[in-house]
Design a protein around this ligand. Structure first.
Ligand code: SIN
Length: 294
């Protein structure tokens, strides 16, 4: 029986109805999900009850799991699961990353040479207000760009820097190990790609991480990026997710960005995230190169 699904928001996000992700899914179901995912970069599964092993097992059906450079945010029980939380342990140390502050438009792992572009986020504890997450469809955003901007970025690569990303974080999230620094030099990624399944062109962007455009002076590169970000994040390209406990979201960072509202630091929020290396046969997977040293 084909999967039941329904559009959410303006339609690029889709809810998959009735799948119990803690159960093993047959290959036909995974193939259907893959086909839906190509056209709908955000898939929502509600009312889930997943152990870390079950979350990891379902995620891994779409590609090998990544252990991110933020080993300090990893679950002690399962290192491929990252804890996104403002909760603290008995010694008042954060149990995970990203705290309670606002997160601006970004694409996970864009600072890596070969980003793991698949991601899944599963909600366990939520604040009564705030902390909603928004996704923007960067294929629709590309289609909506004026021809002048399409031409301006044609063949251009953005410079993606984890140092810039870190500066936007709060507190201890800004501090990374020497090993993590070594793994995150500035990299270049093309600013536009073609989706291998749909044939649609899409932007590849990360407002929190791009510091310029290869071959352009700093001011002109920044001015062009500012114009692109403004055009790409218009409300008609955005889906807002109002989290419920038990929601699991699968999204493709290859042609989306997401952002999060801040929330009351005294409230509790705990989500668990996996990231997957997706195949370039089915997904936009930016192949980065090292940025030239200054
Ligand atoms: C993330 O950017 O991966 C986390 C988003 C969220 O906390 O809602």
């Amino acid at each position: 029986m084909p999967l039941e699904s329904r559009p959410l928001g303006r339609g690029f996000a889709r809810e998959i109805v009735g799948l119990r992700l803690w159960e093993s899914q047959d290959e036909g179901t995974i193939d259907e999900l893959r086909a839906l995912w190509a056209a709908h970069p955000v898939l929502v599964f509600r009312r889930q009850a997943l152990s870390e092993d079950e979350l990891a097992a379902f995620s891994a059906r779409f590609g090998p799991l990544e252990r991110t450079v933020r080993t300090d945010w990893a679950s002690p029980a399962r290192s491929e699961v990252t804890l996104i939380s403002n909760l603290k342990d008995a010694q008042a140390n954060p149990i995970g990353g990203l705290g309670d502050g606002e997160l601006q438009w970004h694409s996970d792992q864009s600072y890596m040479m070969q980003p793991a572009t698949g991601a899944m986020l599963y909600a366990l504890e939520l604040p009564p207000e705030g902390g909603r997450t928004y996704w923007v469809d960067l294929a629709a955003a590309y289609a909506g760009l004026p021809d002048r901007l399409k031409r301006a970025i044609d063949g251009k690569r953005g410079i993606f820097s984890y140092v810039k990303r870190l500066a936007g974080y709060q507190g201890v999230d800004r501090v990374i190990s020497e090993e993590a620094k070594r793994q995150t030099p500035p990299v270049l990624h093309p600013l536009a790609h073609t989706h291998p399944v749909t044939g649609k062109k899409a932007l590849y962007l990360d407002w929190t991480t791009t510091i310029g455009i290869e071959g352009m002076d700093e001011a002109s590169g920044q001015a062009l990026l500012d114009e692109i970000y403004e055009a790409a994040t218009r409300p008609e390209f955005v889906y807002r997710h109002d989290w419920q406990i038990g929601d699991a979201l699968l999204w493709d960072n290859g042609f989306t960005m997401h952002r999060r509202e801040p929330f009351d630091p005294a409230a509790r929020r705990l989500l668990k995230r996996t990231t997957m290396f997706l195949s370039c046969d089915r997904h936009i997977v930016p192949e980065g190169i090292l940025a030239a040293a200054d």
